[in-house]
Design a protein around this ligand. Structure first.
Ligand SMILES: Nc1nc2c(ncn2[C@@H]2O[C@H](COP(=O)(O)OP(=O)(O)O[C@H]3O[C@H](CO)[C@@H](O)[C@H](O)[C@@H]3O)[C@@H](O)[C@H]2O)c(=O)[nH]1
Length: 376
């Protein structure tokens, strides 16, 4: 029986069993992911289901891990071996003895090491695999195009090849990007918009997106592309523009920073909240059939709007602090990247719940609270 149609008492029991991970979070500074069961028909969520996340230590990976744990999944994730443990977004789960190595497991494995990945996936045998890992910074992809393609394009292909050989391949979600559309001929874009990337990152994502379609259609994998427009949160990396601005507004308010230096502030994006987008990932992978879905708000804002909203949230005038530096300009900027998520809405019952203003205010507030607790 689909989870959504289970008896109310059973659903209540499941929710009662699931602890509220985000609230316990040391660094999770927002309200926990609110999980509503989608209207779309979904397959039964077996409480023993295992999910595997590549990129579990990233913004999306950490929200998704929380959501899946709340749903009763056993969650596994691959982590890269680095000299420092970059797991701060998972710290609250990692530090919880009820969770770590009980329902959350981390494995050393990487996209450039298919032997290890294969061994780990063979051992875990997940029912669902969420592929979120890769080099995700568009500007940086101009500097390190080979690394970007190695991880984002070839890494995805290697993963698909491994799945093809598994006796029971898991359902596969690929987090792709609006950057596959580059400078699209039509706005808003949907799942049928032609791919026309204009930077190395977009090219790598376009390759991977198309490969996912090939493996779905020619090899019969249950493989889904989530075409994700910009999605942010207080867990966003500090070199992405929303976090950079919200952090600066809070730091300037507290006297910890003097100015904010930016590139093109007229650039426009379709910005939503990461928590909403990981909910979409789960809904897409639990639908009856594999397909591609755009996840977006459908509303464009300028970088300048982020600046004004963040500085207004700390009651400062932005003009005294913001400076332009061409160092942050990119060789090419996409135009009119705004998504039409009506298919996700119609088929999955997905829609974003957080407005642009709420998002930026929440991020700025979170920075204020975080900075107020720390010395530097
Ligand atoms: N990062 C950054 N961007 C700046 C700055 N000043 C202006 N911008 C402009 O702000 C816009 C957003 O930049 P990012 O926040 O770096 O995000 P992105 O390039 O749109 O890429 C993000 O969204 C994609 C989905 O559309 C993702 O696929 C990608 O991984 C990433 O998350 C771009 O037009 C960029 O030129 C700055 O100082 N830093």
């Amino acid at each position: 029986m689909p989870f959504a149609r289970r008896r109310r008492s059973e659903r209540r029991a499941v929710r009662a069993r699931a602890s509220n991970f985000a609230q316990r979070g040391r660094i999770a500074r927002q309200s926990p992911p609110d999980i509503l069961y989608p209207r779309a028909p979904i397959r039964e969520v077996d409480l023993n289901n295992k999910a595997f996340i590549t990129g579990i230590t990233g913004q999306d990976g950490s929200y998704l891990a929380e959501l899946l744990l709340e749903q009763g999944y056993e969650v596994h994730g691959s982590v890269r071996r680095t000299s420092t443990l970059e797991r701060s977004r998972l710290a609250h789960l990692y530090a919880d003895p009820e969770v770590y190595n009980k329902s959350l497991f981390l494995h050393y494995a990487d996209l450039d090491d298919p032997t290890t990945l294969r061994r780990v996936l063979n051992r875990v045998q997940p029912a669902e695999l969420y592929h979120l890992a890769g080099q995700s910074h568009v500007g940086l992809s101009f500097e390190i195009p080979e690394t970007t393609c190695e991880f984002t394009a070839m890494g995805t292909l290697r993963l698909l090849e491994i799945l093809r050989d598994l006796p029971e391949p898991p359902r596969f979600f690929h987090a792709t990007s609006s950057e596959i559309f580059g400078r699209p001929v039509a706005s808003p874009q949907n799942e049928d918009t032609p791919l026309a990337p204009i930077n190395p990152y977009g090219c790598a994502k376009a390759f991977a997106t198309q490969m996912v379609r090939v493996y779905r259609e020619s090899h019969g994998l249950f493989a889904v592309n989530g075409i994700l427009y910009n999605h942010e949160s207080s867990r966003r990396g500090e070199n992405f523009v929303t976090r950079k601005i919200c952090h600066a507004a809070a730091a300037i308010k507290l006297g910890r920073q003097r100015e904010l230096v930016l590139g093109d502030t007229s650039a426009q994006r379709d910005w939503g909240h990461a928590r909403d987008y990981v909910r979409g990932m789960w809904m897409a992978l639990n639908h009856d059939t594999p397909d591609d879905y755009v996840f977006a708000t459908g509303i464009l804002h300028r970088v300048q709007d982020v600046i004004e909203t963040a500085f207004a949230a700390v009651e400062l005038g932005w003009t005294d602090y913001v400076r332009f530096d061409r160092h942050f300009l990119r060789p090419a900027e996409p135009l009119h990247l705004v998504g039409d998520a009506s298919k996700a809405q119609r088929v999955l019952g997905w829609s974003p719940r957080t407005s642009f203003t709420e998002l930026i205010q929440e991020m700025t507030q979170s920075e204020l609270e975080h900075l107020s607790r720390t010395d530097s």
